[in-house]
Design a protein around this ligand. Structure first.
Ligand code: GAR
Length: 199
């Protein structure tokens, strides 16, 4: 099977990037790791594994479109078939998303459509739900609204703090995110309206 070039976009620690690296997905080639934060630890993880890195600092751009135009420019040489948002904390506009239609997937630390946006674990605790979880979805031009690929449930105990809940969420993320990347790279995902069909 020929490998698909993937770009992983990060902003922080990159434990999910690490999970993707460790999964050694045969159908995927980690072509580049791109960060909007020059000091993201995820960049060090990439360099340790000889994965090329790009930094596009959003603070250096006046508009989202100028920032995204630079992202597109930087990606040109990598022939990327899939963009994986692994804790990338910038909202992408339809300008960027339409350039890579149905080729961007995102990880969200809640069971969408519940608790979109930021601080999702805290949102779930504050609401008092008994379960939350993890969602991997295709990115459309809304915020956390695209067709869902995989989800996994995380129970909330009365004793959970935000930190303990995040720890449980990360464990599930590290399990299902590489799995979703693998499914995409093996050509096993198709989209029908809001539904993702897994072959
Ligand atoms: C992950 O928990 C991911 O779900 C979350 O950022 C974290 C990144 O962790 N993403 C979002 O909240 C996106 N809205 P990592 O840098 O250790 O992979």
């Amino acid at each position: 099977m020929s490998k698909k070039n993937i770009a992983v976009f990060v902003s922080g620690s990159g434990t999910n990037l690490q999970a993707i690296i460790d999964a050694q997905i045969k159908s995927a080639n980690l072509a580049v790791v791109l960060s909007n934060k020059p000091d993201a630890y995820a960049l060090e993880r990439a360099l340790k594994h000889n994965i090329p890195v790009e930094v596009v600092d959003h603070k250096e751009f006046d508009t989202r479109e100028a920032f995204e135009a630079e992202l597109i420019e930087r990606l040109k040489k990598y022939n990327v078939k899939l963009i994986v948002l692994a804790g990338f904390m910038r909202i992408l506009t339809s300008f960027f998303v339409n350039n890579y239609k149905h080729r961007i997937i995102n990880l969200h630390p809640a069971l969408l459509p519940s608790f979109p946006g930021i601080h999702s674990a805290k949102q779930a605790l504050d609401y008092g739900v008994k379960i939350t979880g993890v969602t991997v979805h295709f990115v459309d031009d809304g915020v956390d609204t695209g067709p869902i690929i995989l989800q996994s449930v995380v129970p909330i105990d009365d004793s959970d703090s935000e930190d303990s809940l995040l720890e449980k969420i990360h464990k599930e993320e590290h399990r299902i995110f590489p799995e979703a990347v693998k499914l995409f790279c093996e050509g096993r995902l198709s989209i029908s309206g809001r539904k993702v069909i897994i072959k």
